[in-house]
Ligand binder design. Structure first.
Ligand SMILES: Cc1cc2nc3c(=O)[nH]c(=O)nc-3n(C[C@H](O)[C@H](O)[C@H](O)COP(=O)(O)O)c2cc1C
Length: 245
């Protein structure tokens, strides 16, 4: 149904680098998904794709290489950053979605570390992409998406009406299985802290790319926990993303 051209996987690995400061430049929910990420990485190739992420229902596919240029400086993006709660239904481009996920917490160095810092480099913030067709799990290491669940569940990502109109939503989940070195209080504190960096990365990318978003703590955590089949993980924040209406 959707054609994609596969590049050599090596080119995906070499994408890496560049921080949000230069706003441009690749690397996973539950324990099972995290494990799947590791297994899937070898099978995923980098693309020059013609598919449309929002319409796709492929089991897994690589995202586009992150853009490495922005017409806006970090300081300008900070000057423009703001919360927007009104979204057109207009779809985002594959490049915008790829850049958004990479900026949120993609791999930006050869050692596998991320655009967003995490306490003890736990990398516990999992990213779920809700599209009109499906929920995907962002596999950081391979900068790719893995189909999690078919169907339009965008309005379940948050409690406010704009989740029904924004073309995509992102759910940020703290995976406590990746925080074994912390006690219970530490897991709660550091996951809540770490998600703030990811959220700010999303805000700054959106500001630089002319997109709209709002961090939402007003979410139905039990419902998202059930929807995503989380066992030892906590939904923290959700972000609808789209074009301001
Ligand atoms: C952790 C956090 C949770 C938030 N939760 C919500 C929310 O559930 N719903 C909402 O409409 N806005 C939410 N916001 C957005 C704030 O209301 C907004 O950031 C604040 O009014 C300041 O506006 P600004 O982002 O434009 O500077 C949240 C912001 C943060 C940082």
């Amino acid at each position: 149904m959707y054609k994609k051209k596969l590049f050599n996987r090596l080119s995906c690995v070499t994408l890496s680098v560049v921080t949000i400061a230069s706003l441009s430049s690749c690397r996973s929910n539950t324990e099972s998904a995290a494990n799947e990420e590791v297994k899937d990485t070898a099978a995923i190739a980098c693309p020059a794709a013609t598919y449309t992420i929002e319409e796709s229902m492929q089991d897994s596919f690589a995202l586009l290489a992150p853009s490495k240029k922005s017409s806006m400086s970090l300081i300008e993006a900070l000057a423009n950053r703001r919360t927007v709660r009104s979204f057109a239904e207009t779809a985002l481009s594959d490049q915008q979605i790829s850049d958004l996920l990479w900026c949120a917490c993609g791999v930006n160095r050869e050692d596998g570390k991320l655009t967003a810092p995490t306490a003890c480099n736990a990398q516990e913030i999992d990213v779920y992409l809700f599209t009109p067709k499906a929920i995907y799990f962002y596999q950081k290491a391979s900068h790719s998406l893995k189909l999690f669940k078919e169907g339009d569940f965008r309005e379940k990502a948050g409690n406010q009406a704009f989740f029904r109109t924004a073309p995509i939503a992102i759910a940020l989940v703290g995976d406590f299985d990746k925080m074994g070195r912390f006690d219970e209080e530490g897991k709660q504190f550091y996951s809540a802290t770490d998600v703030g960096y990811v959220s700010q990365d999303i805000y700054l990318y959106c500001a630089a790319a002319g997109l709209a978003t709002v961090a939402c703590g007003n979410i139905d955590r039990p419902a998202i926990t059930e929807l995503l089949g989380l066992t030892n993980a906590k939904p923290l924040l959700s972000h609808p993303v789209g074009i301001e209406q």
